[in-house]
Design a protein around this ligand. Structure first.
Ligand code: AMP
Ligand code: MG
Length: 399
């Protein structure tokens, strides 16, 4: 059995980011930049007013003498106004500064009467002016390769007038649910059948990662069906995530089927609980193909996806190395947790507003209800039980 760390290192070493392609800015959220990008437009683009008020010469605001208002500059086309000492120009938020002014006084701080203002407060030189380039200079780095395109970055790129950018192509992913007991949602359950919950759950985990191109498919427990389904999926997908059939039961056909299509698993059985039967296979030609075999038990499928498949997909999507690590926060344990056995145990549980982690419900690999209540995992090493009140690192789940 391989450790989870070694399994992940082996998987990541086998995966290269997908090809670079141009994408419309409007469709790019959740993608990862394949090229860096530098600023072409400074922010702000020109000196402008931070307030609705009056453009003034700062020293004029220290005296009670009325200042004559000689023009008005709203946000919009630059009227190229100019003013002299002893004069003011009515100005609005975002409007270009007139020449001759060196500050803006808020309208709340003046008394306006018959084309003049009298200042109630003094302003300093430069006050309430947003200087050209004070947020972002031309040539400053906007994006590095591997950066996620977030809504904030889309705003920044839009401020540059960018309409498209280069990102790594999104992988095409098939989710294959295996098992003769699986019934499609919407159909009636016959005795012995269960609904296929792994398919929609894994699809949702993919959606949370930004993978939208997902095919869901089912196949029964025969070697022939498994081989032919895998062959078909391999033609049009970059990744196959399958669940069930990866153990050693008489009805588990994934390993022999992979061997038959020339992809014997490179990893099988990982020292973790839940998730031990996890397997991984890949090939580079004729096209790169990654196959992740997750255990059929829903909690095992969920946890192995989170810890082993998620970082692999992020690598494929071109994410930088720091994004591959799960997001962790320190928590205090509400109760003692003991791994019992020889594998690191990922407890499912809930972190409350106070930062206390409570392991929730049945800690069994089929206990989907308990999983549905969890917002975090805490890993307990076999030889390191923790007591109530101890600090631990919790892995935040993508909710
Ligand atoms: P397996 O790994 O195929 O031996 O399956 C282990 C357990 O997971 C069995 O109880 C299966 O019925 C269950 N299981 C397998 N696939 C799914 C699925 N897609 N949805 C829900 N449960 C499943
Ligand atoms: Mg099965």
């Amino acid at each position: 059995m391989i450790s989870q760390e070694d399994a992940l290192a082996k998987i990541l070493a086998a995966i290269k980011p997908g090809p670079s392609q141009s994408i419309a800015l409007a469709d790019s959220v959740g993608s990862y930049a394949s090229d860096g990008l530098l600023a072409k437009v400074p922010l702000p683009g020109f000196d402008n007013s931070m307030m609705d008020g009056y453009a003034v010469v700062a020293t004029d605001t220290r005296s009670p003498t009325p200042i004559r208002v000689v023009g008005e500059q709203p946000a919009g086309p630059d009227r190229r106004l100019s003013m002299a000492k002893g004069e003011a120009i009515r100005i609005f938020t975002g409007a270009p500064m007139p020449s001759g002014a060196d500050a803006v006084i808020m309208q709340e701080d003046v008394t306006a009467r018959e084309g003049t203002i009298t200042c109630q407060e003094a302003v300093e030189r430069g006050e309430n002016i947003r200087r050209q380039g004070s947020d972002l200079c031309i040539g400053q780095r906007l994006l590095s390769a591997g950066d996620c395109i977030t809504p904030g970055r889309i705003g920044l790129l839009a401020s540059q007038g960018v309409t498209s950018l280069n990102v790594h192509a999104a992988p095409r992913v098939a989710v294959l649910s295996t098992g003769d007991e699986l019934q499609a949602l919407g159909a009636d359950l016959q005795p012995g059948q269960i609904y296929n919950s792994n398919g929609p759950m894994l699809q949702a985990q993919l959606q949370k990662l930004g993978v939208r191109n997902v095919t869901l498919i089912h196949c029964g427990d025969t070697l022939e069906a498994t081989v032919s389904t895998l062959n078909t999926l391999a033609e049009t997908n970059d990744v196959i995530i399958l669940s069930g059939g990866v153990s050693v039961g008489d009805h588990d056909f994934i390993k022999p089927a992979l061997a038959q299509i020339g992809m014997p698993p490179e990893i099988w059985r990982v020292r973790m609980k839940p998730g031990k039967p996890f397997l991984y296979a890949h090939r580079d030609a004729p096209r790169p193909l990654q196959v992740f075999g997750l255990p059929g038990n829903p909690v095992s499928a969920y946890v192995t996806f989170t810890l082993l498949v998620r970082p692999a997909l992020l690598r494929l999507m071109g994410a930088n190395a720091s994004a591959l690590r799960p997001r962790c926060i320190p928590v205090r344990l509400r109760e003692a947790l003991d791994a019992r056995g020889d594998r690191p145990h990922y407890f499912r549980g809930y972190i409350d507003e106070g930062g206390t982690f409570t392991s929730h419900g049945l800690q069994r690999s089929d206990a989907l209800f308990a999983l549905s209540k969890a917002n975090a995992l805490v890993c307990i090493q076999p030889d390191h039980p923790l007591a109530a009140g101890d600090l631990a690192q919790a892995i935040l789940l993508d909710l």
